[in-house]
Design a protein around this ligand. Structure first.
Ligand SMILES: Nc1ncnc2c1ncn2[C@@H]1O[C@H](COP(=O)(O)OP(=O)(O)OP(=O)(O)O)[C@@H](O)[C@H]1O
Ligand SMILES: CC(C)(CO)[C@@H](O)C(=O)NCCC(=O)O
Length: 395
């Protein structure tokens, strides 16, 4: 990964220089540490800051409510967990943990507590306390994932439930979601995003995740994967529903060919690996959806990271195994479900009640890897920097 922060940070910086950081939550996973934080809009500053006064903002936004509303943005930032110190320095430099004491927003007793989920909320609790004086207020990882997904999937909830949430992080969790706070983790697999990145690094000598993905886009998996036609002399096996180009054995050609190992190109290896992992997750997801009678499968986690080819591969796998019965769906900010859920669990704001609109992306169930088909679907309600405009209650 080049540097530690995604582009959103740079843009957020511009926003933050003139606005107030109000609240923050963390999801520290096995691979990545994710931050969600709220910054107040400039025109909702306190008296004397050049914008409308805080009081005026309350009157404008509050309507008949008896507590104040702040308009602002949710910002999303990630760090490699192995560089957790960078995350600490980011928090320290932005003084995010002092947010409530800034510029006229009343302090409260839990100022130095921040909501945190994921294994790192336990693993790094002492580090946060020692370095920043912050206590991590732990939220359960599955609770947070589901709360974050339900929040980001703000569509007609009658239509939404039940669904299968498949979070592809380092490992994969599969959760049957039946409502707000009503869920069961039904399955999981250790063959996940960490496997893709770890194996990919070993096999291709790539130095960053983005490089591995970029390689995979240029590669041709058919050089590495054994197809049905390789086994059947160019034919399909229609009797059992296999086309001639279906993958019969991932990586299988690497033993049947008479090539030297050095002749296999890193980009082809990366492509086969991405397809193998995505297909496998798509298949297990479908089997779990079938097991629990769920028609919709929502995928989250940073493995997806908005990457069109990854999403398309998963969609195709779900479509293939379900014979078109189940649908793979993707949402924006899918890597931040846990952090979002932890953020919403905070008592410091009433974000739960102030839902923002968020576009849900549903993929066409194409049977070919038609990546160009999905580019147009990647427009959500986010700003250019990935942040979301929203409001929080401050009372
Ligand atoms: N820049 C990146 N650096 C490292 N991994 C990345 C990057 N971008 C995407 N990924 C992928 O995202 C995965 C991590 O996803 P995510 O942050 O959702 O999981 P996690 O919370 O770290 O893991 P877990 O929930 O299993 O503890 C990595 O394993 C990798 O496949
Ligand atoms: C252990 C967690 C939940 C940590 O996020 C995740 O990495 C995971 O779901 N792994 C898969 C474990 C399994 O069910 O086989």
């Amino acid at each position: 990964m080049d540097s530690n922060i995604v582009g959103a940070t740079e843009c957020s910086d511009r926003h933050e220089s003139a606005s107030q950081i109000y609240d923050l939550a963390l999801d520290i996973g096995g691979s990545l540490a994710k931050l969600v934080y709220f910054t107040k809009d400039n025109n909702h500053c306190v008296d004397g800051e050049g914008g409308v006064s805080h009081k005026a903002a309350l009157e404008m936004c509050n309507g008949s409510r008896s507590y104040p509303v702040l308009k602002g943005r949710l910002n999303f930032v990630k760090f490699e967990t192995s560089k957790i110190v960078d995350c600490l320095e980011f928090i320290q430099s932005k003084k995010i943990h002092f947010g409530n004491q800034h510029q006229g927003v009343p302090a409260n007793s839990s100022n130095n507590d921040i909501k945190a989920t994921g294994g790192g909320a336990y693993k790094y609790a002492d580090l946060f306390k020692e370095r920043l004086g912050i206590s991590l207020d732990k939220e359960d990882e599955m609770d947070s994932l589901v709360a974050g997904a339900n929040f980001l999937l703000k569509i007609d909830h009658n239509d939404l439930y039940p669904y299968l949430l498949v979070n592809i992080g380092s490992g994969v969790s599969m959760i049957k979601v039946e409502g707000d706070g009503k869920f069961q983790r039904v399955s999981g697999t250790s063959v996940g995003g960490g496997t893709f990145w770890g194996l990919g690094r070993l096999l291709t000598k790539c130095t960053s995740f983005d490089e591995l993905l970029e390689l995979s886009h240029r590669g041709n998996n058919r050089v590495i994967d054994m197809l049905v036609r390789d086994i059947y002399g160019g034919l399909e096996y229609s009797k059992i529903g296999l086309t001639s180009t279906a993958i019969a054995s991932s990586f299988g050609k690497a033993v049947s060919d008479s090539k030297e190992l050095e002749e296999y190109k890193p980009e082809d290896i990366a492509r086969s690996l991405l397809r193998m992992i995505s297909n496998n997750i798509g298949q297990i997801s479908y089997l779990n959806a079938l097991r629990y009678g769920l028609k919709r499968i929502f995928f989250g986690g940073f493995f997806i990271g908005g990457h069109a080819y990854t999403m398309d591969t998963i969609s195709v796998a779900v479509n293939f195994w379900s014979k078109g019965e189940a649908k793979a769906m993707f949402l924006q900010h899918e890597g931040f479900l846990g952090a979002m859920g932890a953020f919403m669990s905070s008592e410091k704001h009433g974000l739960k009640e102030l839902m923002v609109n968020q576009a849900v992306q549903q993929f066409p169930n194409s049977v070919c890897g038609a990546v160009n088909k999905i580019h147009g679907l990647l427009n959500g309600e986010s700003n250019d920097d990935g942040s979301i405009d929203c409001s929080v209650y401050t009372g």
